[in-house]
Design a protein around this ligand. Structure first.
Ligand code: ARG
Ligand code: GLU
Length: 723
């Protein structure tokens, strides 16, 4: 679909290669692939040292001594951060700190646009709701978690027993401490680890570059190489006088971490060893061809096509005024992020012939398993469950990405829920209606300007869903595309939800005795939503989906156990599950297409080349240009006198690794992970060392921006820097 000819050209070249690896190598063990468990890193130590590492596994994870683990934290609930001073100073990505920077920004003090640098501790800005989590230790608790679980227990019995065991273990392991603990399943529940954590709640914003550094290239460059984004922000963790976590208080003091990063200004060259230490969120490495096919050819194309429509209309609007640009900026950023990633993922799976590759592995497994009763039927049963799952998952994707695409339908959904949940309680209904009236006050502020955009999005996405045969209940009344389109247009134009006075009047006079009338035609938008929802989410479909997913999880537990038994000498890494992992690889360029070679690093020269004062994403601050002209890079320049900005390497990372420290062979900080190259985003399912690259901010550009650009040298002075 996308880059059709390009992809099929590559296919010819790759089918041979793919068949070859499929025959020779089982489902793992591709160079540089893997997200390893820090506690078990001694198993990887030899390989890491062979790859160039000069420190030991114990320098990375050790429960008896301060080690690198103590300098790495879970930032919020989906990013990573690292301590860079003995005063609790923390580095993470700009896009990870984004919402906190936004929250402190006003029109008068627009930190998002212009940047923010606390000149003193007093100026650091509290961020309620933001947590920073340090792993104290982890342990294998498989035996305790599975105690009393019978081999033939059904999934419900099993999971109840496991939940009970886990609660007891957590209680026992945290009693009398200020620690919090979580237990996570590995290999689909073949193994369990407990994570004992220390959770800090007083975290303050210390510094952020202006958006045109921290988000330089915006969504245009997102997921792309060559990249020039200064994607970092700085926070400080505060604790009570004993150094224990405490909620915000004036009396809190900067936290003194057990360990902070040593920063190296030496930089890296192509082929140098690097590793990334952080919190990858989700991967699906061991799934069968059905799951790969469902993503690549089932749900991804639907999501991409429906987001194409939304993005086209938002972008049109954003080009019209800076007011519209601001309104849609963060919405577009999040829609575009998944949209672009899924395109890279589907293309990558196609290029690798991922479905065929998985089928070949399954063929081998079937042969091996044919005389082993425990495993012999597992793949057939997985296939049966996927065939039940797929139509439901497809339909729900249309609903969530299509019907729910517009503000109009989101607001209709809100109203529908209020009406449904308050059916039997007039005073609750009244209270909730008042809340919607208050929301309307904000929403209708400038409704006239955004209504055409939202109308177009509603009509086009709904029509797309109808064309896919998903809204066939309309066909009884409306015949053909023109009639359906007219129905959607009129639904929008005549809806009370798109008229402030009428909508408020409705909300004020609503009584629960009118409920049935309202949902069955009284308010046509609610009626439409109600029917579409009822069609997509019947209890039948819910049951099918839940039972198929439960079965798949149970069967995957067996399948992966079988794969491990089939290849007993291999080190299987567990899928990412937002627990601390180490991944390692080498700085390396790559060939994204025939005749094109991507160098492994970028410089400030590229920012100047990309500069375009007319395009928001490519505006360059005068001050940065000045520094470029005078080549005033200080000690942050590389050996060639260039100002390095970003680099790529073969580390296996995923969402959640944002903000992760990127370290050199000596365990010194050389960069901050912030993205992947989109040609390799299929690495959540299939890793290909020829294409999979993580993108890191060069720590020297980060320090240059803090020191030379922002003049916040006091922050750099706190850090431990080696030349
Ligand atoms: N692609 C990166 C990640 O997956 C960065 C996203 C934020 N940046 C953006 N331009 N939307 O999360
Ligand atoms: N930007 C991503 C994040 O927020 C990291 C990129 C990736 O998915 O590898 O975690």
């Amino acid at each position: 679909m996308i880059h059709n000819t390009y992809a099929s050209r590559l296919n010819v070249r790759y089918s041979f290669y793919v068949m070859l690896i499929a025959m020779l190598i089982p489902t793992f063990a591709v160079a540089d692939e893997g997200m390893w468990i820090p506690m078990l890193l001694s198993k990887n130590e030899a390989a890491m040292q062979k790859a160039g590492m000069r420190i030991s596994a114990k320098d990375i994870y050790d429960i008896n001594n301060a080690c690198l683990k103590d300098a790495v934290v879970l930032f919020g609930s989906g990013c990573t951060g690292e301590y860079v001073s003995d005063q609790g100073l923390l580095l993470t990505n700009h896009h990870c700190g984004y919402s906190f920077i936004v929250r402190h920004s006003t029109v008068a003090n627009d930190y998002l646009t212009h940047g923010f640098w606390a000149a003193s501790r007093e100026q650091e800005l509290p961020c309620p709701g933001l947590t920073v989590t340090r792993l104290v230790r982890m342990d294998d608790v498989t035996e305790q978690v599975l105690k009393g679980v019978g081999k033939d227990d059904d999934e419900n019995t099993r999971s109840n027993k496991i939940d009970e065991n886990m609660a007891n273990i957590i209680k026992e392991r945290t009693a009398g401490t200020h620690y919090k603990a979580v237990i996570k399943p590995f290999y689909y529940g073949n193994q369990y680890f407990i994570y004992i954590n220390e959770v800090f709640t007083d975290v303050r914003l210390v510094g952020a570059p202006p958006s045109n550094i921290g988000k330089f290239g915006g969504d245009t460059d997102n997921w792309m190489w060559p990249r020039h984004t200064g994607d970092f922000s700085m926070f400080r963790v505060y604790a009570d006088k004993e150094g224990k976590p405490a909620d915000y208080s004036k009396d809190n003091v900067p936290y003194r971490p057990l360990k902070h990063m040593t920063i190296s200004l030496k930089g890296v060259d192509e082929d140098d060893f690097t590793f990334v230490f952080g919190y990858p969120g989700t991967t699906k490495r061991y799934v069968t061809h059905d799951e790969v096919d469902l993503a690549a050819n089932g749900t991804n194309p639907i999501r991409i096509a429906l987001r194409d429509i939304r993005l086209k209309h938002y972008k049109n609007a954003m080009e019209q005024s800076s007011k519209q640009r601001l309104r849609y900026a963060s919405k577009v950023a999040s829609i575009a992020n998944g949209w672009k990633k899924w395109q890279g993922e589907s293309l990558g799976i196609e290029r690798l012939e991922g479905v065929a590759q998985k089928k070949e592995q399954e063929r081998q497994f079937r042969m091996w398993a044919s005389d082993k009763p425990e495993y012999a039927k597992v793949l057939d049963e997985l296939e049966q469950n996927y065939s039940k799952l797929r139509p439901v998952e497809t339909e729900w994707t249309y609903f969530n990405e299509g019907i729910m695409a517009s503000d109009f339908m989101n607001r209709t959904y809100k109203l529908w829920r209020v009406l449904r949940d308050t059916q039997f309680d007039d005073s609750l209904a009244h209270e909730q209606c008042e809340r919607l009236i208050a929301e309307n006050e904000r929403f209708f502020n400038d409704f006239d300007t955004h209504s055409p955009t939202d109308r177009a999005i509603f009509v086009e996405t709904a029509l797309y869903v109808w064309k896919a045969g998903q809204l066939s209940f309309l066909d009884k009344k409306y015949h053909g595309e023109a009639a359906v389109r007219k129905f959607f247009e009129e639904l929008y134009d005549n809806s009370i939800l798109n008229n402030k006075d009428k909508y408020n009047k409705f909300l004020r006079s609503y009584r629960t005795k009118n409920y049935t009338k309202v949902v069955s035609g009284g308010v046509p938008a609610v009626d439409f939503f109600n029917v579409a929802y009822a069609n997509a989410y019947t209890s039948d479909k819910r049951d099918i989906h839940t039972s198929a997913r439960n079965n798949i999880n149970r069967l995957m537990r067996t399948y992966i156990k079988g794969q491990m038994a089939m290849y007993p000498d291999s080190n299987f890494f567990p899928d990412a599950n937002l627990t601390l992992r180490v991944t390692y690889g080498h700085v390396k360029g790559f060939e994204p297409a025939d005749g094109v070679y991507y160098k492994p690093y970028t410089t400030l020269d590229g920012i100047i080349q990309k500069e375009n004062p007319d395009i928001y994403d490519y505006v360059v601050e005068p001050r940065l240009k000045e520094l470029y002209r005078s080549k005033d890079y200080g000690r942050y320049a590389n050996a060639k006198g260039e100002m390095p900005v970003a680099f790529i390497a073969t580390n296996h990372t995923t969402g959640g690794n944002s903000g992760s420290p990127v370290l050199n062979a000596d365990g010194q900080l050389i960069g901050i992970n912030f993205d992947r190259c989109w040609e390799g985003t299929m690495s959540d399912l299939l890793f290909d060392p020829n294409y999979c690259r993580n993108i890191s901010l060069d720590i020297r550009y980060c320090l240059f921006v803090i020191d030379k650009y922002a003049g916040a040298k006091h922050l750099v002075d706190e850090m431990t820097i080696v030349q």
